[in-house]
Structure formats: C-alpha cells, structure tokens
Ligand binder design. Structure first.
Ligand SMILES: CC(C)(COP(=O)(O)OP(=O)(O)OC[C@H]1O[C@@H](n2cnc3c(N)ncnc32)[C@H](O)[C@@H]1OP(=O)(O)O)[C@@H](O)C(=O)NCCC(=O)NCCS
Length: 272
C-alpha cells in the first residue's frame, strides 16, 4: 500500500491551519504527528490528536478528535476511530496488582475495516482482527486476541489475556475477567459478569489457581448471568438470563437459575 509520510518530516509539532473559521478569521489547530508515523492515502484526522512514533495507519482510515495513538500501533485500512479514543496504551498496574509489568508490550494491531466508538481504550499487546466493531467507552486490556467480525458492545470491558473467537458478539456492559476464553460465534448478552479468583485476593495460592471461564463455540449467555471462575460453558449451551453458573455445562443444553441447572436441550433449529 502506498504510504505518505507525516506531512512535515523532521518536525514533531504539526500545525494544521484551517483556512478560515466561521466568521472568516484564521484558525490554528495543533495535532501532533511524529515524523516517523506513516499515514496511508486519504486518511483523515480530526483536531487535537496525537500520533506517536512508528505508528502505521492504513489507507482510508478516519481518526476523530482528541485521539491518542501510542508508538508502533498498527491501524489497518479503512478503519474508523471515534473521538477521544486511546490506542496502544501500555499498562500501568498498581504496585499491589497481581499483574506484573513485563517490559514494554508489542504494539496494538487493529485489523482493516474495524470501527472503534468514542472513548474506547485499547491496550498494547492486543491483536484485533479485521472488521471488528468496538462500541463507545469499551475497554480492551493488554494481550487480548480478538477474532474477525467480533462485536464488542458499548462499555464492555475485556481484562488482560482474554480471547474472543471470530463472529462472537458481546453486548453492552459485558465484563470478561482476565484469562476468559470465548470461542467463535458465541453470544454474550448485556451485563454478563465473569469471575476468575475464588479466593478474592487473600492467599498466594490463588495466583496459580486463577482461571477465567471458558465459553465454547456458539454458546449463548443471557443477560446478567454470572459465570464463576474456571467454569466451562460447553458448545451451544444456552444460559438463561440471570443465571449463576457454578458448574460446567453439557453441550447443547439450556441451564437456568441460581445455581444454574439443566432444564432442557437446545432445539436443533437454534444451533448455529
Ligand atoms: C430461558 C428463557 C428463554 C425462558 O425460558 P422458558 O422455558 O420459555 O421460560 P418460561 O417463561 O416458560 O418460564 C418457565 C419457568 O421458568 C421460570 N423462568 C423463566 N426464565 C427464568 C430465568 N431466566 N431464571 C429463572 N427462572 C426462570 C419462570 O418463572 C417459570 O417458572 P414457573 O413455572 O414457576 O412460573 C429466558 O429466561 C431467557 O433467559 N431468555 C434470554 C433473554 C436474554 O438474556 N436475552 C439477551 C439479549 S437481550
């Protein structure tokens, strides 16, 4: 793909002067585009955005206002990045956090044709495939792997080391704890909660015992359901809204209640 270098190599602060304001006066707007950043043809960028060194932005991508793109981040062709997004942020865990900083992570990679809503924060070390849709205010932490055509709803939170398979859908406010694994074509309804630490931070053993839930291919998790640490939601399971899943499920079953129990099999016509 032909790339254009940043508009003025050698200068870090790029002043983009709009010809006239509404009332005819000259308006000066400052973006920061590092001279080593590369932006493809016909990219557009809003006002007050920062594009750091070695960022690569594919042809036809549109970047909103007040966006920060950290060093080395790769944004594919024809993406849309909404206002106030942060792309490629390195994590800064608290001193007391169980997440140990491990040097600088690889830059974020965002696949071609992806859409990122306003105010989303995507961390370094994460790889997001093509045509993914990420809603406003969503957050995807470090070392996540997101498949193609995944939808991550508004305000959804994916903690570190989460994987989500192709075509899966996470709706508004879903919470995936660290090390959750979601296979392809799963459906996760609004405000689903997952947990990974049975001892809630009180013993050292928990560090080796922390396990996120595993949601297998085509499983559907109803609104507000809660999955406990390490449970395996088998392929094509239907977890009823509000259920508390304490045990592994069997493939193709409907489970319901608190704790969730088998109620019937999923009809064949509902299976993907
Ligand atoms: C599972 C579900 C489809 C209902 O199944 P159903 O078998 O048709 O349930 P019914 O309405 O016939 O109710 C059967 C019984 O189960 C109870 N029940 C229904 N849904 C329940 C649930 N989620 N949790 C606990 N009990 C439930 C009913 O109260 C009823 O009990 P009763 O016989 O004592 O009155 C529904 O609860 C559900 O989870 N839908 C998914 C909604 C969702 O999260 N969508 C996400 C996108 S918005």
């Amino acid at each position: 793909m032909p790339l254009q270098k940043s508009p003025s190599p050698g200068r870090c602060h790029i002043m983009w002067r709009a010809k006239t304001g509404r009332s005819g006066e000259a308006v000066t707007v400052i973006n920061y585009i590092h001279p080593r950043a590369a932006m493809g043809k016909s990219c557009t960028i809003g006002f007050y955005s920062v594009v750091r060194e070695d960022v690569w932005i594919g042809e036809g991508t549109s970047i909103g206002n007040n966006v920060t793109i950290y060093p080395g981040t790769v944004v594919g062709e024809n993406c849309f990045i909404g206002d106030n997004c942060v792309l490629g942020k390195q994590p800064h865990p608290a001193r007391t956090s169980t997440v140990r900083p491990d040097g600088l992570l690889e830059p974020l990679r965002l696949g071609a044709g992806s859409v990122v809503g306003s105010g989303a924060v995507l961390y370094a070390g994460t790889v997001i495939k093509e045509e993914v849709m990420i809603g406003d205010l969503a957050s995807v932490r470090e070392r996540c792997k997101i498949g193609r055509r995944v939808i991550i709803g508004r305000g959804a939170v994916l903690e570190n080391d989460v994987s989500v398979g192709d075509y899966s859908k996470l709706q508004t406010g879903a919470y995936l704890t660290a090390h959750t694994s979601v296979s392809a074509r799963a459906f996760i309804a609004p405000m689903v909660i997952t947990a990974n630490d049975n001892q809630m931070g009180r013993t050292e053993e928990r560090l080796s015992e922390k396990r996120g839930p595993c949601i297998e291919e085509g499983a559907r998790i109803g609104a507000g359901a809660l999955l406990l640490p390490g449970v395996r939601v088998a392929a094509e399971t239907f977890v009823a809204a509000g259920s508390l899943v304490t045990r592994d499920t069997r493939p193709g079953t409907v489970v319901m209640g608190r704790p969730a129990r088998f109620v019937r099999f999923v009809p064949e016509k509902e299976k993907g």
